[in-house]
Design a protein around this ligand. Structure first.
Ligand code: NDP
Ligand code: MG
Length: 383
């Protein structure tokens, strides 16, 4: 029986993860959960799974909530979360808090040498230069949950000889606006942007999928996780979202991982730690199914050039890129800027910072702060 800490339990990935655990009850004990502020949902999860620890990340909470009366082991400081993660009983940490807010959790798990299932791509994008060497030093195993990276993880042989990889092909659905010209993007609404054609996900990643910035984040994430140069990573649109990514080896063979778009599949793979866990899934009905592949749509190339520069130069550039995007997405959700402005905010913020080395996690937080201030300035100048 493996003890799990599920951070981001009340979110979309959290829900999928709980579904996999529910279907494999004998394998897992949910030792702890973490959330931001959704106490009602946390209460329901606690009633069903009876975790010993509940971490609440966002303060300003009403102590009269029944969660506090029934579960005395509430943690609401980062120190307490770190202590919990360090506990020798913890076998697996699932990092599924959304956005930069998830960085500390990823860091604590890696620093404690735990097996970490990473959904929170932002922590790898912003702090890959710190986290990947730390994982090596602390013997922490990072298993990707993001469907593309989990697909690559499944396509790679266990001995992982990176010299044998000719190319990694990351697929993208293209989101709801793949057939729109760049000019038309200025007119799209928040509601339209939230209608993802194939995946059901949290708000922030759904907007990232519509801008294709999600694919940029995934390019950088793959570069760090698989220690592969960006020149060996290709992005291709695959609107059916059935092939989740592919690896071409130097002998000319290409391996692909497929499933219907359902995050329970990569989560089950990651939680299985090398074994296959049974889950209920919708099989692919191949007969009559057409696969198609397309290039990245017109006008979005610049954002990918920036992402490739992040891979090539490293250092603080991932922090800047991520922070600019988070601020821009929030402003778009608040209707302060239009959809196409998200690209402008990222580009202008990114171009305001020279590349610098990251020495430690404090540097990551400092650059994140500076980039957010700069992104706000850009937003003021265009709105
Ligand atoms: P959601 O918005 O659905 O959920 C976010 C989770 O994070 C919630 O549990 C939320 O708690 C919690 N949270 C937010 N802020 C804090 C905080 N400060 N402290 C503690 N917990 C916090 O997001 P998703 O599940 O969609 O995404 C989670 C991560 O997984 C993201 O990094 C995303 O990029 C990645 N991912 C998601 C995929 C998907 O299919 N959804 C696919 C691949 C990657 P509360 O509910 O209380 O606000
Ligand atoms: Mg993905």
């Amino acid at each position: 029986m493996k003890n799990i800490i599920l951070l981001g339990a009340t979110g979309s990935i959290g829900e999928s993860c709980l579904n996999v655990i529910r279907q494999n009850k004998k394998e897992f004990n949910l030792l702890g959960i973490g959330l931001g502020s959704n106490l009602d949902k946390a209460h329901k999860i606690a009633q069903e799974f009876e975790p010993e620890h509940i971490f609440i990340g966002e303060p300003d909470l009403d102590n009269s909530h029944q969660l506090f009366r029934r579960y005395p082991r509430i943690l609401n400081s980062e120190n307490e979360l770190q202590q919990l993660i360090q506990d020798s009983n913890v076998d697996i940490v699932v990092s599924a808090i959304s956005g930069f807010a998830g960085l500390k959790a990823s860091y604590f798990a890696i620093d404690a040498g735990k097996t970490i299932l990473v959904a929170n791509k932002e922590s790898i994008v912003a702090a890959g230069d710190i986290l990947i060497p730390l994982a090596e030093a602390k013997n922490s195993k990072i298993i990707p949950v993001d469907s593309e990276h989990n697909a690559i993880h499944q396509c790679l042989p266990s001995y992982r000889n990176l010299d044998e990889i000719a190319k990694i092909i990351i697929t993208a659905s293209g989101g709801p606006f793949k057939d729109k010209t760049f000019k038309e993007l200025a007119e799209v609404s928040l509601q339209d942007a939230l209608k993802h054609p194939t995946w059901s996900m949290g708000t922030k990643i759904t907007i990232d999928s519509a801008t294709l910035v999600n694919k940029c984040l995934e390019l950088i994430e793959a570069h760090h996780l698989f220690q592969i140069p960006e020149s060996k990573i290709e992005i291709v649109l695959h609107p059916q979202s059935i092939i989740h990514s592919m690896v071409t080896f130097i002998d000319g063979s290409t391996m692909a991982q497929m499933s219907n778009p359902n995050m329970e599949v990569p989560i089950a793979n990651a939680l299985g730690l090398g074994r296959r866990l049974p889950i209920n899934f919708e099989p692919i009905h191949f007969s009559g199914l057409n696969f198609s592949f397309e290039p990245i749509p017109e006008g979005r190339g610049v954002i990918f050039e920036i992402a490739r520069e992040v891979c090539n130069q490293g250092g603080n550039l991932g922090v800047i890129f991520n922070a600019a995007n988070e601020v821009a997405v929030e402003s778009f959700i608040n209707k302060d800027i239009n959809f196409a402005d998200i690209y402008r905010v990222i580009e202008r913020t990114f171009n305001s910072f020279p590349c610098s080395k990251l020495n430690n996690l404090d540097d990551v937080f400092e650059y994140d702060k500076q980039a957010r201030i700069q992104a706000e300035k850009v937003i003021k100048s265009i709105s």
